[in-house]
Ligand binder design. Structure first.
Ligand SMILES: *Cc1c(COP(=O)(O)O)cnc(C)c1O
Length: 430
């Protein structure tokens, strides 16, 4: 544990001692607006920056298309037809799964629908889905429409759990109590690994245990968790999960999503599933026969042929994770970055700023949701000022600034500069 201090020299010392410092140079970070000093890219929770290798790999695919045309499907390393398979090992390490439990395809919300088709099997007795009251709207829409598709009514089949009155975070016991209250009416639990607004890390293993105890399937939305915290989908006994790769994994805007399916389900041909030709075995796929011959892995959820350009972008992005030595070293630096930021806020901003995100390092990832508290401070003016000074961060009404120092490309000096800008902004707008 570092001994924090407010000495401005500390930030440079921490950067000099950072074993991951070289990774910053693997990215093209957006420049600051005109008139500002350097930028500080604290929005990797929204869209990660461009890895230089992704630029190279995408350019390489354009070249392959230009020179090989259709032959690119099967020539080159890897050919487009099997490009997605090259990610199984590295993605499996990132989410804590076996390679046959993961694949990459489509986008998150689409995959959520595909997985709910398999894992939400309502019956008149057991028809409820539990989500959070403040779920990401796309997740809420997906669940609501899935309930309707099956002939049920969200008014009676959609159950939510929410923070207690006057609070913003979820209590584990409230989640468990909501699961228990549904009992044998609960078909599926769908909760996030990390809550997108508060940055709270939820207890995935406990949620999975509680869901299974009442006989429900358990799915986890890893949008804000993947590439952020260490995950163990398989050991936590989660049934299914999906994530996007453009937030903490930096794999391009709208980049290719990933899915995880527990190995007890991957070859269960009795599960309902929407089928497409990329889910059928590759040795018979091009015989163009009408018998679906499922690949006995998560790949059988594949429908369409893969997208070479977004796969190329993902390739460059995952190589940075591998260069870091995986999620362990990244998570260690992330705790330091947020620990330093919280310490500096306590010392330099005092009561003007409070963190909605839990202070317990086990319950927070990269993102801190910071509330500017006293009513006499114009929070939006503070935000506009630090944004004009080069800080990429995000503003949520009425008074929350979300920042996500990311261990792959952010520095301790940036954390220090951000806090100094925030404190100066507050002083100027009180
Ligand atoms: C970012 C995010 C999404 C985005 O869904 P797309 O299908 O990739 O547009 C969905 N759910 C959550 C919880 C997210 O954080």
């Amino acid at each position: 544990m570092t001994d924090w201090s407010t000495d401005p020299a500390l930030a440079a010392e921490l950067d000099a001692a950072d074993p991951l410092a070289a990774l910053r140079d693997r990215f093209e970070l957006p420049p600051a607006p005109d008139g500002a000093d350097d930028s500080i890219y604290f929005v990797g929770n929204s869209l990660g920056p461009l890895p230089k290798k992704s630029r190279a790999y995408v350019t390489g695919e354009l070249q392959r298309w230009s020179s090989l045309g259709v032959k690119g499907h099967f020539s080159g390393e890897p050919g487009w037809a099997d490009y997605h398979r090259t990610f199984e090992e590295s993605m499996a390490r990132i989410v804590g799964a076996a390679p046959h439990e993961v694949t990459v395809m489509n986008a998150l919300s689409v995959n959520l629908h595909l997985l709910l088709i398999s894992f939400y099997q309502p019956t008149p007795q057991r028809h409820k889905i539990l989500i959070e009251e403040h779920a990401f709207p796309s997740d809420h829409f997906a669940v609501e429409s899935q309930i309707r598709q099956r002939g049920f009514d969200p008014a009676t089949s959609l159950v939510t759990v929410k923070p207690r009155e006057g609070e913003q975070l979820l209590h584990t016991e409230d989640i468990i109590a909501a699961i228990d209250a549904c009992g044998d009416e609960l078909a599926t639990v769908l909760l996030p690994g990390v809550q997108y607004y508060t940055g709270q890390v939820l207890p995935i293993a406990e949620i999975a245990r509680a869901g299974h105890r009442v006989g429900a399937t358990v799915g986890i939305d890893l949008a804000h968790a993947v590439g952020n915290i260490e995950l163990s989908m398989h050991d936590d006994d989660v049934d299914f999960a999906t994530w996007c790769s453009y937030k903490y994994l930096n794999a391009s805007p709208g980049g290719v999503s990933g899915i995880y399916v527990h190995e007890r389900h991957v070859d269960d041909q009795a599960l309902p599933k929407l089928l497409g030709w990329w889910g059928t075995r590759r040795d018979t796929r091009f015989e163009m026969v009408n018998e679906f011959d499922a690949i006995p892995t998560a790949e059988s959820w594949q429908i369409s042929n893969g997208t070479a350009l977004t796969n190329a972008a993902l390739r460059g992005a995952l190589e940075v994770v591998d260069e870091a030595g995986g999620m362990g070293p990244l998570r260690a630096k992330s705790r330091q970055l947020t620990g330093y930021l919280l310490y500096l806020l306590d010392e330099l901003a005092g009561d003007d700023v409070t963190s909605i995100t839990p202070r317990d390092p086990e319950q927070r990832g990269c993102q801190l949701s910071l509330e500017i508290v006293p009513g006499d401070i114009d929070g939006k003016a503070v935000f506009d000022e630090i944004e004009a000074a080069g800080v990429f961060c995000d503003w949520r009404y009425p008074n929350v600034i979300r920042v996500a120092p990311a261990p792959m490309f952010n520095t301790f000096s940036e954390v220090r500069r951000f806090v100094d800008l925030l404190v100066a902004g507050i002083a100027a707008h009180r």
